[in-house]
Design a protein around this ligand. Structure first.
Ligand SMILES: [Zn+2]
Length: 347
């Protein structure tokens, strides 16, 4: 069967491998939706930052492996003893693989597992393939197939909100920096589940227009420049791109009110130039948020059906055999054209 494999910096290859067979606690999943995130593009263009060259301590797998951490599909077959009514159902795949034995796993902070593997990014195969076998406990059933590749970014958003609730009061005005996939998912949960007053900003006008079209309050460049201290919680979901000439975290500190919180979701592999006194004198708190926990999976399962949003408007589908040119390289050249590229061998 056809797979895409990531070998290292700017090195992706289509590789034929045998179709897997599900073991007793597994299903065989036909991948119908596999999304290309900016993080995955950055691994290819500038990295690898996350992908491991040495065997992973939990899985034993090292580069090359199949990329893509946000994907799902249809259960085509089940292993021995697995409920066969799962056949024909659709599910997203939970990408985090944990040891379930370390102190962090046992205390519920299993996003910080000492041996964490993450499908498509670290020590485990991801979704740019025809089929893969998955443990039934790693399936996240969805009724709306549009959401198959959005479960992972929604889990990341769910964790960021849970981290905020644990450390600050989740109330008042909220600003989300970045109207990409993670930003939209975060804003949707904050607005529709937590009923908060949310504003999104982004330097890319087409993303901002799409966010407005999806029903979000948005802010123009000029307004952001005038918006110092306008929100008590600022989610930085902007990645590493400069926002209005500033590093996103820098801008987030400006937008945050004294005593407020800045929640960092963007993955940074760049050096920030920050003066600590800027948040020291105003007691602004920075809350980092990484991946998601098992508790976040339960929270999202409860919330996902209540979200009403035109998620399909974020998605551009392209053929699987054009994923390198029209996906990875197009994303490097022109980030305006899409929010999520989704592909499948079966399109
Ligand atoms: Zn662990």
């Amino acid at each position: 069967m056809k797979t895409l494999q990531f070998f290292g910096n700017r090195d992706l290859r289509f590789v034929d491998i045998p179709k897997p067979t599900p073991r007793p606690d597994e299903v065989l999943l036909r991948v119908t939706d596999a999304g290309l995130s900016q993080g995955t593009v950055a691994e290819f263009i500038e990295g690898p930052f996350i992908a491991n060259a040495e065997p992973h301590p939990l899985t034993g797998l090292a580069l090359p492996f199949i990329p893509c951490q946000e994907f799902g599909g249809e259960v085509e077959a089940v292993g021995e003893g697995v409920d066969d009514t799962l056949i024909g159902t659709f599910a997203a795949v939970l990408p985090a693989i944990r040891c379930n034995e370390c102190a962090n796993c046992k205390s519920g902070k299993d996003n910080l597992c000492e041996k964490l593997a993450y499908r498509g990014l670290l020590g485990a195969h991801g979704g740019f393939t025809e089929y893969l076998t998955v443990k039934t406990s790693d399936l996240f059933p969805v009724k709306d197939a549009t959401l198959l590749n959005l479960v992972e970014p929604m889990l990341v958003a769910t964790h960021a909100i849970a981290m905020t609730k644990a450390k600050a009061e989740l109330s008042g005005t909220v600003h989300v920096l970045g109207a990409g996939c993670i930003g939209i998912c975060t804003a949707a949960i904050l607005q529709q589940i937590h009923k908060l007053d949310v504003t999104l900003s982004d330097p890319r006008e087409n993303r901002l227009a799409r966010a407005a079209g999806m029903g979000f309050k948005t802010m123009s460049v000029e307004d952001v420049e005038q918006s110092a201290g306008s929100a008590n919680i600022v989610f930085d979901a902007a990645g590493k791109e400069l926002q209005f000439g500033k590093q996103p975290l820098d801008l987030a500190i400006d937008i945050c009110q004294p005593g407020g919180s800045i929640v960092g979701i963007g993955t940074y592999f760049i050096t920030l130039d920050l003066l600590p006194a800027r948040f020291l004198f105003s007691e602004k708190t920075i809350i980092p948020s990484f991946a998601y926990t098992s508790a976040d999976v339960a929270t999202l399962a409860k919330n996902i059906t209540a979200l009403e949003l035109d998620f399909a408007s974020m998605i551009t589908r392209i053929p699987f055999d054009q994923i390198i040119e029209k996906g990875y390289y197009q994303a490097e050249l022109d980030r305006d054209v899409f929010t999520r590229i989704v592909t499948s061998v079966f399109d």
